[in-house]
Design a protein. Structure first.
Length: 151
């Protein structure tokens, strides 16, 4: 839980530093208040192709990249998915890879899973530009099944 709180805090702070603002709150199924983040979604979508917009975690012998924009969009969940679908036509392989990763994470939003019967976007190997073509196909097929949930 602490990791999730830290992730959200880092994402919100990074977005604020980048000049993004947070919008109004909306209730969610469990009664908690989450922040509706249209400006944050735009900000993070804009940061997807930025190869420098990452954090590092792990130790010195095993550093791992934390794809800040993709992780933040995944935390936002369902509201971020239409913007991510729009990025599936990106000609930038890095941006496409992160859009696919973010879409996979966002599709696991508990409220969205309640609407899809638990069917979230399952990709093959993620975070590899070599699998973009197949992962894009899977993402578009998932979107075709559930795009009506955003109308």
């Amino acid at each position: 839980m602490r990791h999730v709180v830290n992730t959200i805090f880092i994402g919100v702070m990074a977005c604020l530093v980048a000049g993004c603002t947070i919008g109004e709150s909306r209730p969610v199924a469990n009664g908690a208040e989450l922040t509706e983040q249209p400006a944050a979604i735009d900000c993070y979508i804009g940061k997807l192709p930025d190869r420098g917009y990452v954090e590092t975690y792990g130790d010195a012998d095993n550093p791992r990249p934390w794809y800040t924009a993709a992780e933040a969009l995944g935390e936002i969940g369902k509201p971020a998915i239409p913007a991510l679908v729009a990025r599936l036509d990106s000609e930038d392989d890095y941006e496409l890879m992160l859009a696919l990763y973010a879409m996979m994470l966002a599709s696991q939003d508990p409220a969205l899973q309640a609407e899809t019967g638990g069917d979230y976007l399952r990709l093959g190997t993620v975070l590899s530009e070599d699998t973009n073509i197949e992962n894009r196909r899977l993402a578009l097929a998932w979107w075709q099944r559930y795009q009506h949930l955003w109308r």
